[in-house]
Design a protein around this ligand. Structure first.
Ligand SMILES: [Zn+2]
Length: 79
């Protein structure tokens, strides 16, 4: 049972990998869409991820998904 749960978590992580910022870990958010008659229905928001070339600390360059906020605030060095 535990093994099954772990496998499920690993599978979810793998599937969501490209939806998470590699710097700050920002991912999917949830909220409501609100109509003019104030009816609420659940919806989700994805982080504004960009696939960019990032210069790592050891000087290597890798393509990673980074959110727009991290790029703007200079948390990553572009290569
Ligand atoms: Zn980020």
């Amino acid at each position: 049972m535990l093994k099954y749960l772990l496998l499920k978590i690993v599978e979810q992580e793998r599937r969501n990998m490209s939806r998470i910022c590699s710097v700050c870990g920002k991912g999917k958010l949830s909220g409501n869409t609100v109509s003019h008659s104030n009816r609420r229905a659940p919806r989700s928001y994805n982080a504004n991820l960009q696939k960019i070339n990032v210069k790592k600390a050891d000087g290597t360059v890798a393509k990673e998904y980074v959110c727009a906020r991290c790029i703007k605030s200079g948390k990553v060095e572009r290569a």
